[in-house]
Design a protein around this ligand. Structure first.
Ligand code: ZN
Length: 380
């Protein structure tokens, strides 16, 4: 059956105007000013898109699908994520990762979780490893993980500048990133290392060293949590000026804000005010990760939990509160993560691309319907 969404404002993420979007099974067939089926025998499912906006399906590139945390003992472990939470948040593609705890949560369970979510209708990928170097893998090393496991597109989240990190040396970190990059070349995957940046005073120093002292390109490194505090955000802006890419975390719990934390929507405004390229910044939710707050002595005070719903909420805020254009703002959760992570046929509304999209209300941008691979996975 053909499906046509009529008269809808399309952001590809570039604004294309009001169009009729035709999709067949799980693929976008095309965009038309006014579509007419030439053969009357063909069954056409008509969907009215008047007063609505169509956006590419959202991509969340850093989610603790199995839960995370445990920084305050077993009672502070966070729960596993379920399909409905992602579908409600407009997320059609998700990248799972492990965090502080790479023992009681392991990569085989994460792979099975990715397969579960895929079977239910989402698109899923994952990183090998966790916070720690030496890195734990499924097949024995980073390169064979990328080469043998389709869903593994990179490594991470490897922690640096954090009291919870394994304190990797420059050589250890460089080797990990280099191995990930080479495996990426061999498999035509992104080969990206997702780097967790903590609140430690060394901030991005190790990454500057990698850019200066090795031949590894900046596109293979994606530091995240750069909006953890204002100083770190400014350091991230400096890193972009040297050719780097950065990721801001949307999960914040107003009750569990870190000292001087910048919300992602505001962070995007600060970033764009510096005239930096929109292509070098992404958002991810850190969903179901723990949000522990430590005092100056490293003593745990409180633990919150990240939510995937924050991904689009922060983008929406950057549009409605900070007046960033829809086509710019939406890139940080669609085309940018797709390009950074080399996710084929994702992140754009284009002929031949996967029929992953989110229909939102024209007035307040609230999510109305979410399609993943051509099927409705959530309707408000
Ligand atoms: Zn992290």
């Amino acid at each position: 059956m053909l499906n046509v969404i009529r008269n809808i404002k399309v952001y590809s993420p570039e604004y294309l105007g009001k169009k009729d979007l035709l999709f067949v099974y799980d693929k976008i067939e095309g965009l038309y000013d006014s579509f007419k089926a030439s053969n009357s025998c063909i069954d056409v499912n008509e969907i009215d898109g008047t007063d609505k906006i169509l956006l590419p399906g959202f991509i969340d590139s850093h989610v603790h699908l199995l839960g995370g945390g445990g920084e305050g003992g077993y009672a502070t472990r966070t729960s596993e994520l379920c399909f409905d939470e992602l579908a409600k948040a407009g997320i059609t593609t998700v990248v799972g990762c492990l965090g502080t705890d790479g023992v009681s949560r392991n990569l085989i369970s994460l792979l099975a979780k990715c397969k579960e979510l895929e079977a239910l209708g989402l698109n899923t990928f994952m990183y090998t490893g966790s916070y720690r170097i030496p890195i734990s893998t499924i097949t024995g090393n980073i390169q064979s993980d990328l080469m043998l496991v389709d869903k593994i597109i990179g490594a991470g989240e490897i922690a640096i500048s954090d009291h919870r990190s394994s304190e990797p040396t420059f050589e250890e970190l460089a080797r990990c990133i280099a191995d990930t990059r080479v495996a990426g070349i061999l498999t035509d995957k992104a080969g990206v290392c997702n780097i967790h940046i903590g609140a430690g005073k060394r901030m991005l120093n190790l990454l500057y060293d990698i850019l200066e002292k090795t031949d590894i390109p900046s596109k293979n490194i994606l530091p995240t949590h750069l909006n953890r505090n204002k100083t770190l955000l400014m350091e991230g802006i400096n890193y972009v000026k040297k050719g780097g890419y950065i990721d801001l975390t949307t999960s914040t719990d107003i009750k569990h804000l870190e000292k001087d934390e910048v919300l992602a929507g505001e962070g995007l405004k600060i970033y764009l005010d510096k005239d930096l390229p929109i292509e070098n910044i992404t958002f991810s939710s850190d969903g179901n990760g723990s949000l522990p707050i430590f005092d100056d002595n490293g003593i745990l005070i409180e633990v919150g939990k990240g939510s995937v719903s924050s991904l689009y909420e922060e983008v929406k805020k950057s549009i409605l509160k900070y007046k960033i254009s829809i086509e710019k703002a939406i890139k940080v959760i669609t085309s940018n993560p797709s390009d950074r992570l080399k996710l084929k046929n994702k992140g754009y509304i284009k002929q031949g691309y996967d029929a992953d999209f989110v229909i939102v209300n024209n007035k307040d941008l609230s999510i109305e319907t979410v399609y993943s691979r051509g099927k409705i996975i959530n309707k408000y």
